[in-house]
Design a binder for this molecule. Structure first.
Ligand code: NAD
Ligand code: LMR
Length: 341
């Protein structure tokens, strides 16, 4: 019995080795910074299952050995490495094609995302400085809040390192997209949430999150009051989770799902898939009064290929857009000033 088990285990090991050498040559290296956290761990689990990921480098300031030991037993080809503390960060980033950053503190009830700035701005600056020096051509996927400021921080850091490529600095707003399709499909009959798409533009906090329900696919025939209520629910969905978690954190599982959807799309675009479209918060000239803005983007092998713009807005959306600009300008200026000072 023991021998039979051993033989079957060896058989499996052989199979695993073969599988691992038959990895697609273009399987990428993804570095996950903040890998031991509420978002980091489920993101790592989902990335470990991706055939597009060849190497998964887990970096955090705590617990990476445990997370990596656990994850490395999952029988999928992606190789897992772990790195802990600033000294080991360059090794985690070395050769990375994509750097995903969910490092930093989450909100507690009563806080805005901007209240996280004092702590998270320094964390993001530190991580992106090392990224700009170690893997300057990697595509940076910024999850840490406040995204409206951490993306400009990342851009300024890369400019200082003379490595700035606006096509590669991306703020991850996919959770707003995921929530929009979930909430909209909940109001429709017999519609799979994954068959509903709603572009979400602007930024990633409060009123800067602007779902374009007039551009939903399938198109919606909601009353004005329903559109207003739905818009407000999407804008406050993060707070809904923060309050439900009552001081223990913010969205982690849905964010990991959304983050891996986004990273997967970028990996597909890197591998030459055409017409890969996701919304993201990027440097942008779609609105004359803000330097960074979230819109649907077509991604290619070098990151942003084409900004698909805002499209035609309803009167309600045009008014909401006007209202969000001053807040977004403030968030962006705060991020830029933090690095410039
Ligand atoms: P968490 O506290 O559970 O995990 C954060 C992790 O970051 C921890 O493991 C911590 O050790 C690590 N960390 C702290 N300082 C670090 C440093 N200097 N270097 C590397 N790692 C460091 O928090 P979480 O729930 O995973 O949320 C993380 C961030 O993501 C928060 O800022 C949160 O607001 C943000 N978030 C963004 C979105 C979005 O849509 N973009 C959604 C949800 C959460
Ligand atoms: C979210 O939208 O869930 C995140 O930005 C976390 C938060 O603080 O709401």
């Amino acid at each position: 019995m023991f021998l039979a088990r051993l033989a079957s285990r060896n058989g499996f090991a052989r199979h695993a080795r073969t599988f691992s050498t038959s990895l697609k040559r273009d399987a990428a290296k993804v570095a996950l910074l903040g890998a031991s956290g509420g978002i980091g761990q489920p993101m790592a689990l989902l990335l470990k299952q991706s055939p597009l990921v060849g190497d998964l480098a887990l970096y955090d300031i705590v617990n990476t050995a445990g997370v990596a030991a656990d994850l490395s037993h999952v029988n999928t080809p992606a190789r897992v490495t772990y790195h802990q503390g600033l000294e080991q960060l360059p090794k985690a980033l070395d050769g990375a094609d994509i750097v995903a950053i969910p490092a930093g503190v989450p909100r507690k009830p009563g806080m805005t995302r901007d209240d996280l700035f004092n702590t998270n701005a320094s964390i993001v600056r530190q991580l992106t400085e090392t990224s700009a020096n170690t893997c300057p051509k990697a595509i940076m996927c910024i999850i840490s809040n406040p995204v409206n400021s951490t993306v400009p921080i990342t851009a300024e850091v890369f400019k200082n390192a003379k490595a700035y490529d606006p096509r590669k600095i991306l703020g991850v707003t996919t959770l707003d997209i995921v929530r929009s399709s979930t909430f909209v499909s909940g109001l429709l009959k017999n519609v799979d949430p994954q068959d509903v798409s709603v572009p979400v533009i602007g930024g990633h906090s409060g009123i800067t999150i602007l779902p374009l329900l007039s551009q939903a696919n399938p198109s919606l025939s909601f009353e004005a009051a329903e559109i207003e209520a739905l818009t407000s629910r999407i804008q406050n969905a993060g707070t809904e989770v923060v309050e439900a978690k009552a001081g223990t954190g913010s969205a982690t599982l849905s964010m990991a799902f959304a983050g891996v959807r986004f990273v997967t799309s970028i990996l597909e675009a890197l591998n030459g898939k055409e017409n890969v479209i996701e919304c993201a918060f990027v440097e942008s000239n779609v609105h004359p009064d803000v330097k960074y803005f979230a819109t649907p983007i077509r991604f290619g092998p070098n990151g942003v290929e084409e900004n698909l713009g805002i499209g035609k807005l309803s009167d309600f959306e045009a008014q909401k857009l006007k209202e969000l600009i001053p807040e977004l300008q403030k968030n962006i200026a705060k991020g830029e000033a933090f690095v410039k000072q």
